[in-house]
Design a protein around this ligand. Structure first.
Ligand code: SF4
Length: 365
């Protein structure tokens, strides 16, 4: 049994930061490492990891917050269904995210039926106990959340709960990492791969990035020592001219991931192109509901077209999500954009980079 304190041990932190400093000195150039996980973004700022490493090691936040990468069109569609009288069941973060024509919270204030739930199964229970309602669960999130939504759809079919549907907006992380490398603008030297997502897809899922793009990848956990060791392994690979996938988080992540969860995803969903905020449409980066479960897909049963137009003036979430700027570089950061007055999704979610920088700050902020 290992305890959390073991991963915050001062002596170990000191040893590893010294090792990072030694390698960073030898590298003598800026090294840009990106995390693609909201929980990593939070841990890095919360534990002051940026202050512990040399200035030539730059930590970038990527598109790792599910709420943040969900585009306006999705929110506009959810609002449109709410206006048509559907009952929208959603995770709490989503209701504050401004779409191009307002948020679900605004719809709720106008009397639309919007309920916050803690899981897709809660939404299913809601549908079961309210047979007079047409319940839509907002299915957003990456490979970590998607299996729970797949399970709810599967149970709905088994139990014949016909008034339960999903607005499917799930996304897959490795294709987004590939798109960032192909775009090249963020100049990424290495990836800290997401711990939670990797429990499902396994460390093997990143091998193509190391092999085809020559970019080192390290799967890490969320304790300070996990992250520092992830940085240490990445810059060691860069210094030695290697590009491999290493797994620092073996206590939770295997090479194959979770076969049962992956099988469930394969049964209920199909891979499809998907639109990401700030990154456009990325090939094979999303999930849609399989034809055999189409009666649980609200977009098949009740197709809805929306026109999303208004651009949010000055909001630079798209650049934040691509690792091109840090949140404080947005002129709206802190004033007027704050968690109590979010002007973009990255300030709404507690895992959004702007929200994280607002709460924990960092060097230079
Ligand atoms: S600070 Fe606010 S307006 Fe600026 S990028 Fe972040 S969420 Fe958008």
């Amino acid at each position: 049994m290992r305890y959390v304190s073991e991963f915050r041990e001062y002596k170990l932190v000191e040893g590893i930061t010294q090792r990072i400093a030694r390698i960073a000195r030898k590298l003598a150039r800026e090294i840009r490492l990106m995390e693609v996980c909201g929980t990593h973004a939070m841990a890095i700022l919360r534990y002051g990891i940026k202050e512990l490493i040399p200035p030539n090691i730059k930590l970038l936040s990527g598109p790792g917050c599910p709420v943040c990468v969900t585009p306006d069109e999705y929110i506009d569609k959810a609002c449109a269904y709410a206006r048509e009288g559907f009952l929208i069941a959603t995770f709490g973060d989503m209701i504050k995210v401004p779409g191009s024509k307002g948020s679900l919270l605004e719809e709720k204030s106008r009397g639309r039926k919007i309920k916050v739930v803690y899981s897709a199964m809660d939404a299913l229970k809601l549908a079961k106990s309210s047979p007079e309602e047409k319940v839509i669960f907002l299915g957003i999130g990456f490979e970590t959340t998607a299996p729970t939504v797949a399970a709810s759809i599967s149970v709905a079919k088994e139990e014949g709960i016909a008034n339960f549907m999903v607005l499917c907006g799930h996304k897959l992380i490795p294709p987004a990492m590939k798109a960032l490398l192909e775009d090249g603008e963020a100049k990424i030297d290495g990836f800290l791969c997401p711990g939670h997502v990797s429990t499902i897809i396994g460390s093997k899922a990143y091998e193509f990035l190391a092999r085809d793009y020559g970019v080192p990848c390290v799967v890490t956990g969320f304790e300070p020592l996990d992250i520092l060791q992830g940085i240490n392994l990445l810059i060691s690979q860069i210094y030695q001219g290697r590009a491999e996938v290493e797994n620092e988080y073996t206590r939770a992540v295997s090479s194959e991931g979770n076969p049962a969860a992956r099988a469930l995803l394969k049964r209920v969903f199909r891979v499809s192109d998907s639109q990401w905020r700030g990154m456009g449409t990325i090939k094979d980066s999303g999930l849609k509901i399989a034809e055999s479960y189409s009666s649980y897909d609200v977009q098949t049963r009740y197709p809805m077209e929306v026109k999303s137009s208004r651009k949010k003036k000055g909001c630079r979430c798209g650049e934040v999500l691509r690792g091109l700027i840090e949140p404080p570089e947005c002129a709206l950061f802190k004033n007027p954009c704050s968690p109590s007055n979010p002007l973009g999704p990255c300030m709404v979610s507690i895992e959004g980079a702007c929200n994280v920088y607002y709460r924990f700050g960092c060097k230079g902020v």
